[in-house]
Design a protein around this ligand. Sequence first.
Ligand code: ADP
Ligand code: ADP
Length: 223
Amino acid sequence: MLELNGVEHVYPNGTRALNGVTISIGKGMFGLLGPNGAGKSSLMRTIATLQTPTAGSIRFGDIDVLAEPTRLRSTLGYLPQDFGVYPRVSAYDLLDHMVSLKGIANKADRKATVETLLNQTNLWTHRNKAVAGYSGGMRQRFGIAQALIGNPQLIIVDEPTAGLDPEERNRFYNLLVEIGQNVVVILSTHIVEDVADLCPSMAVLAAGRIQLEGAPADLIRRS
Ligand code: ADP
Ligand code: ADP
């Protein structure tokens, strides 16, 4: 269970991006819906311990996130909105490197972990291609593969389907739903249908505050 209490964030230029966010999020897919500028990325970065809130508290299970950020990071998978640079290294080698960075030194363990991740994200047949040459959908699935290293209990995906075609989007979401059976997955997006279709619970963020919270069926009027 992830619990935020009165989380605020004021950027150095005075922009108040988060204005008292209080919410509890349990296992499964949770949709965070909101228009551009609502504060979604700020909230995702805050939960991912990339920025420290100017007020409030955050707990994940028995972890006091602001006091023990490294403990949270050890159980976090984060797919940011702009997933950095795509090197001219094969997916297999890149994942192998990332797995070793997580402290899995034994070669056989690393091999098993990398193979599981590639199979899980349907990238096995593309394992020897450079990630730089991947399509948008493949890149996002690669992003999930790297986010899953170390069996995180909290997974954050920020606007993950921008630029994906409908088929790639469905594959990506099927993967998320599968993952979300066992862990907390937070999906941040401005696309109402994605949340309605995928998430048993959701919240609407606007102007840095939670405006609504509950089941999509109760909150979203569908035409
Ligand atoms: P969303 O992800 O919902 O589009 P953001 O969290 O990116 O919202 O932005 C929320 C508000 O904070 C916006 O007004 C945005 O301009 C502002 N903002 C975001 N990042 C920064 C930053 N690093 N410095 C100052 N203002 C920022
Ligand atoms: P998003 O997470 O939605 O992509 P960004 O952080 O890239 O948001 O930017 C969203 C808005 O925040 C933009 O309007 C941008 O100008 C503003 N912004 C981002 N970083 C800063 C910053 N360091 N200082 C001021 N405004 C910023």
